[in-house]
Design a protein around this ligand. Structure first.
Ligand code: ZN
Length: 219
């Protein structure tokens, strides 16, 4: 495992990232904590860091960022330190400056936020074949692009439903930016909000771990 600085937050904190596997393996990106108040995804991200550090039996070149919106995680805020919802700020075709509510503030311009600038740069350079983003809400596996096989592997272990849409518009989100517009299939994993940490570590982390085997076959 190698660690590196993925980028910096709006308050200039370094965002740690961890790389596992080998250079020639299928490229995969896992993000936790895009929304800082969805702490269940951060628990899952750190649980994966522990699991992958103990054993990594996959032919993958995997990058794990357990707390992408680090400022938000530290503040227990959905948004970054400038009050922007990073999952409404990516430069998608449907990005909109409209502020539905402060909670979903899209920023002053598409890709205005340093966390997303680092993410966009990473995606351009690395072109991952599969992205997993760990959130919490009502239990659901939301797929954008072709990652149904990974979602099914997780669903077998968790009983979570698989959906292609979450039921309301999400302009500027990662699923649209990467999954639909850049052929980087993206699974948004909504862990049940408020789920206890033991269940996250004992059920969801092993489910994700198993699903990684599926991604090895991606070209
Ligand atoms: Zn979220």
């Amino acid at each position: 495992m190698k660690s590196f600085i993925f980028g910096h937050t709006a308050s200039q904190l370094p965002i740690p990232a961890y790389r596992f596997g080998n250079e020639n393996g299928t490229r995969v990106l896992i993000l936790g904590g895009v929304h800082g108040d969805e702490i269940e995804g951060v628990w899952a991200g750190y649980g994966l860091l522990r699991a992958f550090s103990e054993s990594f039996p996959f032919n993958l070149n995997l990058t794990l960022v357990p707390a992408f919106n680090l400022d938000g995680v530290l503040k227990k805020d959905r948004r970054n330190n400038r009050g922007v919802d990073l999952n409404r700020n990516l430069p998608t075709k449907d990005w909109s400056p409209e502020i539905a509510t402060e909670r979903y503030h899209p920023g002053t311009a598409p890709n205005s936020e340093p966390e997303n600038q680092a993410l966009v740069k990473f995606l351009d350079a690395e072109k991952p074949r599969y992205i997993l983003s760990l959130h919490s809400w009502k239990p659901m596996l939301n797929i954008n692009g072709d990652c149904r096989a990974e979602a099914e592997a997780i669903a077998r272990e968790t009983g979570y439903i698989i959906e292609e849409t979450i039921g309301y518009p999400t302009p500027g989100c990662l699923g649209s930016y990467a999954g639909l517009e850049r052929s980087m299939p993206t699974l948004t994993y909504e862990i049940e909000r408020g789920l206890d940490q033991k269940s996250i570590l004992d059920i969801h982390v092993p489910a994700i771990f198993k699903s990684m085997k599926v991604s090895e076959g991606r070209k």
